[in-house]
Design a protein around this ligand. Structure first.
Ligand code: NAD
Length: 321
């Protein structure tokens, strides 16, 4: 049995789909009630609600599991990361401490931890790419990154002591359908798709910062493919996973507008932006035969229609109530 935590969330939901398609037996767990999961896969052996900040719950959920993919986290985009520092530092740390302790106690063979490129320091446009070990000397831009770095080190320490195989991916921004798109936890691609969908042709959308921040955006099916490849590999230590195509926030808006076939005017406003730029080596994940099959535009072409439909549905619901 394989345990996937955070299965009611974005990446966890897609991962359960992929693993069950591969014929694996999966137990899918999240703190949210099932009615709030983005995807509930009937093909999973079990789906359930559990609070993984509690050690006994982690032990219960992990029973008879030979592999664990831990994607549960108190998490969101930049707005959430800056306003919920204490929740992130407490809840995610408790999840990660108790999950790895339970895995070691129960003799789980393989343990996957979902880290983030937020562990790296700020970068400037044009900086040379950073490889995984260049995370040190550590200086993450936010508390989310510090918690991830601590959790990485905790998982690696448990792996060393208890002979457990630990695999760690540092995800770049990931996007696609069936994830947060409104309400404060959504990340930039989803928020910008929503704003374009709401603005209509010729409308104005607000973009946090001056629009020059450089990021890479990885489509969900590529990310899930990387996770599964990494888990079954012999690659030790953290591994960056991300699309090698880098774009500014304003360029991302242009891509969304092309897909939506809309013209909008961007109004830059104050807001939490995060680091100036990103540029990471993906040689380690590529050594497993991984590559990004979706460009940013191809991924937006899959994502925008889903978000536009959510916007239309929510407007219909408001209209009908
Ligand atoms: P998400 O918020 O959609 O999913 C996380 C899930 O964890 C949520 O459904 C949430 O309810 C669940 N959760 C929170 N607290 C819990 C608890 N106490 N017990 C059980 N479940 C709990 O986020 P996501 O985008 O799917 O991210 C998954 C993982 O990948 C996270 O660790 C995140 O930090 C990491 N990550 C994501 C991105 C990205 O771009 N989405 C980038 C870097 C890293």
């Amino acid at each position: 049995m394989i345990l996937v935590t955070g299965a009611g969330g974005f990446i966890g939901g897609h991962l359960v789909g992929k693993l069950t398609q591969m014929g694996e037996s999966v137990r899918a767990v999240d703190i949210k009630p099932l009615s709030e999961w983005w995807q509930v896969h009937q093909s999973a052996d079990s789906v359930g609600q559990a609070d993984l900040t509690i050690l006994d719950t982690c032990l219960e959920q992990m029973e008879e599991c030979s592999q664990v993919y831990n994607l549960a986290a108190d998490m969101g985009g930049m707005g959430f990361i800056h306003s919920a520092e204490c929740e992130i530092m407490r809840h995610s740390a408790l999840i990660n401490l108790n999950m790895v302790e339970a895995a070691a106690k129960l003799g789980v063979g393989r343990y996957f931890f979902s880290s983030s490129v937020c562990v790296y320091p700020d970068m400037m446009p044009g900086d040379d790419e950073l490889s995984e070990e260049q995370v040190y000397p550590a200086n993450p831009d936010n508390e989310y990154g510090w918690e991830k770095l601590y959790a990485e080190r905790t998982a690696l320490a448990y792996g060393r002591r208890y002979g457990m195989t630990v695999r760690i991916a540092r995800f770049q921004n990931c996007f696609g359908p069936y994830g947060e798109w409104d309400g404060g936890r959504e990340k930039a691609p989803a928020a910008l798709c929503r704003k374009v969908a709401q603005a209509g042709n010729g409308g104005v959308i607000e973009v946090w910062g001056d629009g020059s921040a450089v990021r890479s955006y990885t489509y969900i099916s590529d990310m899930v493919d990387g996770i599964v490849r990494l888990m079954s590999s012999e690659l030790e230590g953290p591994v960056n996973i991300g699309n090698p195509e880098y774009v500014t926030v304003d360029e991302l808006v242009q891509i969304i507008c092309e897909i939506a076939d809309r013209k909008v005017t961007i109004k830059h406003v104050d807001g939490p932006v995060g680091v100036h730029s990103r540029n990471f080596s993906i040689g380690r994940i590529e050594s497993l035969g991984w590559k990004a099959n979706y460009s940013t535009k191809d991924g937006i072409a899959k994502t925008y229609p889903w978000i536009a439909e959510q916007v239309r549905t929510s407007l219909r619901n408001i209209g009908g109530s």
